[in-house]
Design a protein around this ligand. Sequence first.
Ligand code: KIV
Length: 273
Amino acid sequence: MAYLNDRKKITIGTILKRKAKGTKITCLTAYDYFIAGLLDRAGVDILLVGDSASNVIHGHASTLPISMEVMLAHAAAVARGSEIALVVADMPFLSFQPSIETAVLNAGRFLKEAGAEAVKIEGGIEMAATVKRVVECGIPVMGHIGLTPQSIHRFGGPKIQGREERSQTYLKESALALQEAGCFSIVLELIPTDVATEITGSLDTTATIGIGAGPGCDGQVLVINDILGLREEGFKPKFLRQYADLPPIISEAAGRFIRDVREGKYPSEEESY
Ligand code: KIV
């Protein structure tokens, strides 16, 4: 596609310019080289190597089990597949919470060993000092507030955040503290539209990327498996728009291969040496 030839590498600066101009930012998760390349060429701005890999790639019930080593491997594959999009790697559970030093060292590994260009850190105002130090070390940080999946047991499930005044105040103060700490963007997850819109309007130098946070955010993110239908049946949160239904296509292709082999139709002479 010719227009893609004009695309320039997406940087933190591009994201902030998009916010300033009111141009919506697009973000999808990716976990491997091939899909990263497809999404990159489709024109997505940010490829997030989400710790949702724990669920959608490795089959865990939560994001808690995935390790630094596994996330580094996913991030490296995505970075190799991406040319234009900004590659952001999600810091997994316990890779940043224990201490600021742990956070800096692990965040640095994503840039140094995997070729990511930024990291994502879950948590609000309580994480601001950590974010500040990571940013001071030259590592761009995307924040993440609202329903932060690494705290799923504290929340008691995937519950909408920011319904009560106390929770709204925490989210608003957190967004400002994360901006002050230097986050170039913040994911707002499962937050009522009015609260997410107000937070977006309160930030000048930090773009908001919503998931289940309504249309008032500076951009939107979805999990690639979710939009392709590659999730367990019945997984249909209200915010999710599924753009393709790959399971029947994959099952049909596998079924045809199985049939051809069993019936001696594959490989043919032309497919043999
Ligand atoms: O891990 C992930 O995929 C995420 C997005 C849902 C924002 O954190």
